[in-house]
Design a protein around this ligand. Structure first.
Ligand code: B1M
Length: 228
């Protein structure tokens, strides 16, 4: 049966989740959108659709990208399909009516154009009650500094997906120190190649493995009034 003939509504939940993985892999945006709607219609929590469907699907894409089975054009299609699914979930994830907890400025660092994970962090933080100033991708140190001065956030978030761009986090943190801004802000870092030890070595306050951890960590450090 071709994908076009497949009736997604007829699939039980577990098969529909597997189908999302397949459709994400194949970059089939309308099918991913339809499956997300179906699961929500069946009463699934947006967070479960996100993590079990979209994030897991993108993990599988990442493995085959790494192994040279998928290439940039295919991964771009997958990323577009993922973003379309996230766009459906976004209003649901942020419409919690949670009281405002604080403000975060966040960006993907210079040289890096990966934004899916960062966008997910933005969505989850917004849902938890944080005001977000998203600087986007390829963010240079001047843009980070300007945003800190303009928006005076409680938290600075940085994302890097490449081993070649993660050192840029240290450039930003060093600039914060030079400019006397480091003590004013909690610095959280994340992204696939980043880890706890790296976060410590560059002088961040914490490493966040995923978006949910980013929310927990932000709340915890704000409560503790922690700054580096
Ligand atoms: Co790229 N890419 N990519 N890519 N890409 C990776 C990162 C890679 C690991 C793939 C691989 O080889 N397996 C590899 C990096 C290898 C390395 O550095 N060691 C790689 C490469 C090599 C490249 C290019 C160099 C390829 C090329 O051109 N030859 C190129 C670089 C472009 C550039 O940035 N200058 C490139 C390009 C692309 C696309 C444009 C095709 C596309 C990006 C589309 C987009 O983002 N709009 C893409 C994609 C999609 C990926 C993979 C497959 C998936 C990334 C993703 O979206 N994951 C990725 C493989 C992988 O990561 N396994 C890969 C899903 C997302 C939900 O997870 O981003 O990890 P993640 O975010 C998580 C956590 O990390 C954390 O929370 C998020 C949500 O839970 N988190 C934070 C992230 N940021 C945070 C910030 C925080 C807190 C938590 O702040 C508080």
């Amino acid at each position: 049966m071709s994908d076009a003939d497949l009736d997604l509504t007829a699939l039980p939940d577990d098969e529909l989740i597997s189908q999302i993985h397949q459709d994400l892999y194949d970059g089939l945006k309308p099918e991913v959108e339809e499956a997300v709607h179906i699961l929500l219609g069946r009463g699934w929590q947006p967070y479960d659709v996100l993590t079990q469907g979209l994030v897991e699907g993108m993990r599988i894409v990442g493995v085959d990208f790494r192994d040279g089975i998928l290439f940039v054009p295919e991964v771009l299609l997958a990323a577009n399909a993922m973003k379309a699914g996230m766009a459906i979930l976004r209003p649901l994830l942020i419409a919690t009516g949670a009281p405002k907890l604080g403000k975060m400025v966040i960006g993907t660092v210079k040289g890096d154009i990966h934004d899916i994970g960062k966008n997910l962090v933005c969505m989850m933080m917004e849902g938890a009650g944080f005001e977000i100033v998203d600087l986007g991708i390829n963010t240079d140190v001047g843009t980070f500094l300007d945003a800190l001065r303009t928006h005076r956030p409680d938290i600075l978030g940085m994302s890097a997906l490449l081993t070649t761009t993660m050192p840029y986090m240290k450039i930003v943190i060093d600039a914060l120190k030079t400019e006397g801004l480091r003590d004013d802000v909690i610095v959280l870092v994340g992204g696939a190649p980043v880890n706890e030890a790296f976060a410590q070595s560059v002088g961040a306050d914490a490493y966040c493995r995923d978006a949910a951890v980013a929310v927990e960590t932000a709340k915890r450090l704000l409560t503790q009034g922690a700054r580096a």
